[in-house]
Design a binder for this molecule. Structure first.
Ligand code: SF4
Ligand code: FES
Length: 376
């Protein structure tokens, strides 16, 4: 196999992070830590231009996210413009703010799909993880979504404090008639990185979870799709993050910066912005998007590895987070010279889970994150 850095075809999906405002305070929030840099949000007219350029570039799917996208007053207008351009629109929301009136407006504007996050199946645990009472409103909004005829995805971020409840999370998804449930193990960047000691599950917890998911997939075949996003730290190989850097997706964040993945703002790389360039130029030629595209940039052991076109050396943000160098092999890979960092993190998690289990026996409430957990 020859090393490549050729530009790919156009991007398939655009993640539009419309605003970082959010009513929730989850301990694994994917918002950037330096929120002040993003207060100046793109206007409706600027988003219109971005959507037009995205459609020309070949984007088919638009994921409207945040923060909480319902905080944008012009969300209906943005959906309308995207639908006019023929984009498939998916609203990724906490559902706080999805009133019947707003939902009707979004339906009329052409919104295709709704993804609602819940933090757990249990109202008290979900509210505690969200940092605000929200569970009842989320489930009411999920029912509304189904009444209006939208396909519904229920998204649950998994970590040490809810992963043992997957069976009950799946029962909740069935009760809400979700078409799809996405069980996504936490990715450790940003706030989740800060809270990693509190959130990382043990290997035993993951084994139990995977067995539950396997059985549920069999039982619910043809009725509900179950996506289980594997945890990075416990695998032998990394995932092809975002399908490869600058290969299939792009992200536009509230201030107009364009990124190959939502976490890339933390990397010491040149910026790209819709204020200065077209999406086409950014996708095809910007130093940011070309930096880790393909395989030519790779160090050993990736450079001579047979899997290099399968996982593209793993996740650049994770390599940077764990080693301080985004150009190293993802330490999640067991072939990486830095793999010991991940082994040590998992070992620490095993110990913490044992301590949690001891605490639960003493005080049932102690399993919930408290005290040391940082929130946005
Ligand atoms: Fe993937 Fe690199 Fe590990 Fe090979 S060495 S499996 S290409 S991360
Ligand atoms: Fe940025 Fe993986 S999250 S490359």
């Amino acid at each position: 196999m020859e090393a490549t850095s050729r530009p790919p075809d156009g991007p398939f999906g655009l993640l539009a992070e419309l605003t970082y405002e959010c009513p929730l305070h989850c301990p694994y929030c994917s918002n950037p830590l330096a929120l002040a840099d993003y207060r100046e949000e793109l206007t409706t007219a600027q988003w219109r231009r971005v959507l037009a350029e995205a459609a020309e570039l070949g984007v088919l799917q638009l994921h409207l996210s945040g923060g909480e996208p319902l905080r944008r007053r012009d969300l209906v207008e943005i959906v309308h413009r995207a639908a006019e351009r023929g984009l498939y629109t998916n609203l990724i929301t906490s559902a706080l703010g999805l009133s019947p009136r707003r939902a009707e407006q979004l339906r009329a504007a052409g919104l295709d799909h709704v993804q609602i996050s819940v933090q757990a199946d249990d109202p008290a645990l979900s509210d505690r993880l969200a940092g605000t009472p929200s569970f009842e409103r989320k489930t009411a909004a999920a029912r509304l979504v189904k009444e209006l005829g939208w396909p519904l995805t229920l998204n649950v971020v998994l970590h040490r404090h809810n992963i043992d409840r997957i069976d009950r999370v799946l029962a909740l998804a069935e009760k809400l008639a979700a078409d799809r449930v996405e069980l996504a193990n936490t990715q450790y960047y940003g706030w989740a990185w800060r809270n990693r000691r509190e959130l990382l599950p043990s290997t035993d917890q993951l084994r139990r979870a995977e067995a539950v998911v396997r059985a549920a997939r069999e039982r619910l075949k043809g009725r509900m799709e179950i996506i289980y996003v594997l945890p990075d730290y416990h695998g032998r190989y990394p995932k092809p993050c975002m399908g490869g850097w600058g290969r299939r997706q792009l992200t536009v964040v509230p201030n107009g910066d364009v990124l190959p993945c939502p976490a890339a703002h933390a990397l010491p790389l040149p910026r790209a912005s819709v204020h200065e360039h077209s999406l086409a130029w950014i996708w095809e030629r910007s130093p940011l998007f070309t930096r880790f595209r393909g395989t030519a940039w790779m160090p050993e052991p990736c450079r001579s590895c047979d899997r290099r076109e399968l996982d593209f050396g793993g996740c650049r943000c994770q390599a940077f987070q764990l080693t301080g160098d985004a150009a190293r092999t993802d330490p999640v890979c067991h072939l990486s010279p830095d793999h010991g960092i991940v082994v040590e993190a998992v070992r620490a998690a095993e110990e913490a889970v044992r301590a949690d289990e001891g605490a639960v026996r003493a005080d049932d409430d102690a399993v919930l994150p408290r005290g040391g957990v940082l929130t946005p």
